[in-house]
Design a protein around this ligand. Structure first.
Ligand SMILES: [Zn+2]
Length: 416
């Protein structure tokens, strides 16, 4: 599994610098989270830890699960809903441990979703805004419970279908039934919502949904869906282990450290992981409460943000400036990347943090898969047919690759 050494070309630096831009200024399309390299490694190594009953199915599909570990990053070029699934800007919600932030997705959506009505006279009124008592009420508040039920039935489905409309009659009946009708004297002609949760990322909430979906897929012994969800989930769990996926200063852009995202999660693992990381993480563990586990993961990652940034900042000042960036080639394009010696020095400062996070990610991925399988009743995974890809699936995959190759990321980029 040794990785070929990166070739350094004997081009004079002067000429090179005329040709290159620092990698931090190039479009980020080829430097996604954890790098393609680490995401693929995490999924592959997670498979190798599974118990024999699961291995029966996973081992023959190990290449697929590994290759498709990067699909979620490719989807970021095709759909606007994808980007927020890869991060959460915890610093936008106060200070650790962010007790006020609802851990369940529905509760968080209620807290951060505005509901508007449009009256017959075409006035738009904010009905449930940020300060509304029902959005901030305690969980056991009876009125809040009714609003929660209404929200789940009438508002939430739109999040998945991409429509922000709310049925006006249902809203009117809810308002009348619960004594809110006085908020608006005019008849409700239309209603819609605006959710603001996605603005700062939804990573730990999205993982909760994926865990449920994967458990259901195991129950149905739906081989294709199991593979799809395992590959995706491995990706998002990997992202959850990256400190810079939990802060709005995700690329050091607020602290003059542009490019640190790719340096930490792509460049360093590519240079050192296969060479020196201990990939043996042991058997998967059953997770009693997966939702809490995903939260704990992002909170741990977040607690490392300070070190990730401050160590690099100090190193940048003390390390010879002409030995920090080196010429390299990426996909036929000359770029400047962090030099190997600089990466060695940074890694030493971090005292094995990147290796520890990668190992933790591998173990978390296999544990989440294993937990879904156990929760589904440990179905027999032998002799499961994987139906061949349908024409539509082949077309979709082709389009995904095309938009990735040509494309511009939709939503937040990670490293520029
Ligand atoms: Zn990602």
């Amino acid at each position: 599994m040794k990785k070929p050494l990166i070739l350094l070309f004997a081009v004079p630096l002067l000429c090179w610098s005329a040709l290159t831009k620092p990698v931090t200024e190039t479009p980020c399309r080829h430097a996604p989270a954890w790098g393609f390299f680490a995401h693929k490694r995490i999924n592959r190594l997670a498979v190798l830890t599974l118990p024999p009953e699961m291995m029966l199915f996973f081992k023959p599909n190990i290449d697929w699960i590994s290759d498709h570990a990067v699909d979620p990053d490719m989807r970021r070029y095709a759909t606007k809903n994808e980007a927020p699934r890869h991060y959460i800007d915890l610093d936008q919600y106060g200070r650790p441990p962010f007790d006020g932030l609802p851990r369940q997705w529905v509760d968080a959506m209620i807290r951060y979703t505005d509901v508007f009505t449009v009256t017959a006279g075409r006035d738009t009124l904010l009905l449930f805004g940020a300060d509304h008592a029902l959005r901030n009420a305690a969980e056991n508040d009876p009125a809040a419970k009714t609003y929660r039920n209404f929200f789940i039935r009438q508002v939430l489905p739109g999040f998945y279908t991409g429509s922000n409309e709310i049925d006006a009659d249902s809203l009117s009946s809810f308002m009348t039934a619960h004594g809110f009708a006085s908020n608006t004297s005019q008849k409700v002609a239309a209603a819609f919502f605006e959710e603001h949760l996605s603005e700062h990322g939804i990573l730990p909430w999205h993982l909760q949904k994926m865990q449920r979906d994967l458990t259901a897929a195991f129950k149905r012994r739906d081989a294709k869906r199991i593979l799809r969800l395992c590959a995706d989930m491995g990706h998002y769990i990997g992202d959850a282990h990256v400190p810079l996926h939990t802060t709005s200063n995700y690329n050091g852009q607020k602290t003059g450290q542009h490019g640190i995202h790719g340096f930490w999660e792509s460049r360093i693992p590519e240079l050192f992981a296969d060479e020196s990381y201990d990939y043996f993480v042991g058997k998967p563990e059953y997770l009693d409460a997966t939702g809490d586990f995903f939260w704990q993961t992002v909170l741990e990652s977040n607690s490392m943000v300070d070190s990730v940034l401050s160590f690099e900042r100090a190193l940048h000042r003390s390390f010879p400036s002409d030995r920090q960036m080196c010429p390299d080639m990426r996909n036929g394009t000359p770029v400047l990347v962090h030099c190997r010696d600089y990466a060695v020095a940074y890694q030493e400062q971090l005292q094995g943090m990147i290796e520890r996070r990668m190992r933790a990610a591998i173990h978390a991925v296999s544990s989440a898969w294993y937990t879904a399988w156990v929760d589904a009743g440990q179905p027999d995974l032998s002799q499961m047919d994987i139906p061949p890809a349908t024409e539509e699936e082949i077309k979709e995959e082709g389009e995904l690759k095309k938009s990735y190759q040509q494309g511009k990321i939709i939503g937040r980029p990670e490293d520029h």
